[in-house]
Design a protein around this ligand. Structure first.
Ligand code: NAD
Length: 271
């Protein structure tokens, strides 16, 4: 899997056909879901949780096609319809191209999980404008552009779920993370505003604010810093990506009366 020769001219590839019998009993059967940054980490776990409920999955990656293909292959084995898409979400035109391709290839987008994100930590005295911009473009502007790109068809269908992966850092701020904190706080405020605008069309918009979750994003943290953080978490440990994924699944399957929420999942670190 994953060879360029298998790509269509749009940089996307359908991997498998649906299995209607298997999908019937599942709560998201036939719903098309896009999770940005779903080739690894929290995004991967979210895609897995939605796929397990029968969603038609658009697996998206920025770099690292092989892991995206691996994720897609797993879904395919489980009988899901799935396709893989590449895009750099720090660029507005790529967000729009991504969502247009998904809609064209999979028919529609009903669930959008804005998960793609980066950190470029540095104290404000040392932070460059480029580091500020990169984080704001990837973590905040992408949420605006991806949402815009799915909006009108979602309104026309009268149903949609938009879930934005924010962060505890957007609620508390953090030393060395002015760019990341500002972007994530922006995501939370964006969520509340758009939720008010879209409720009348059957679209819910929520933000999930994870605390520290063991993924590549925090793999470079020094061990001592990790221990210091853990000591401030009442439940005494970092979270698991699957725990965040279960919350996303809940919002998509049972959270019909939840919108504009910022849902904490942080072991009690911020209440
Ligand atoms: P990760 O580094 O494993 O995953 C980040 C994902 O974003 C990857 O799939 C990557 O391909 C994608 N991505 C990065 N830049 C991109 C770009 N320009 N275009 C498209 N995709 C891009 O980290 P993670 O922990 O899985 O992070 C997922 C989300 O969860 C992020 O938004 C992150 O801010 C948020 N989050 C993480 C933690 C944590 O402790 N790990 C805590 C709170 C919030």
């Amino acid at each position: 899997m994953g060879h360029e020769s298998e790509l269509s001219h749009e940089g996307e590839r359908m991997i498998s056909a649906p299995s209607p019998e298997k999908e019937k009993s599942k709560r998201l059967a036939g719903k098309v879901a896009v999770v940005t940054g779903s080739s690894r980490g929290i995004g991967r776990a979210i895609a897995k949780a939605l796929a397990a409920e029968g969603a038609v999955m658009a697996v998206h990656y920025c770099r690292g096609r092989d892991s995206a293909d691996e994720v897609a292959k797993d879904f395919e084995r489980a009988g899901n319809k799935v396709a893989v898409f590449q895009a750099d979400c720090s660029r507005p035109e790529e967000c729009h191209r991504l969502l247009e391709q998904v809609a064209r290839q999979l028919g529609k987008v009903e669930i959008l999980v804005n998960n793609a994100g980066i950190n470029r930590d540095r104290s404000i005295r040392k932070m460059s404008a480029a580091e500020w911009d990169e984080v704001v473009h990837t973590n905040l502007n992408s949420v605006f552009h991806c949402t815009k790109a799915v909006l009108e068809p979602m309104i026309a269908r009268g149903w949609g779920r938009i879930i934005n992966i924010a962060s505890i850092i957007g609620q508390t701020g953090a030393f060395g993370q002015a760019n990341y904190a500002a972007a994530k706080a922006g995501v939370i405020a964006f969520t509340k505003s758009v939720a008010q605008e879209l409720a009348r069309y059957g679209i819910t918009v929520n933000a999930i604010c994870p605390g520290f979750v063991d993924t590549d994003m925090i793999s470079n943290m020094p061990a001592a810093a990790k221990e210091a953080v853990k000591s401030r978490i009442p439940l005494g440990r970092f979270g698991d990506a699957d725990e965040v994924a279960r919350l996303v699944r809940f919002l998509c399957t049972e959270g019909d009366w939840i919108t504009g929420a910022q849902l904490n999942i942080n072991g009690g670190q911020f209440m």
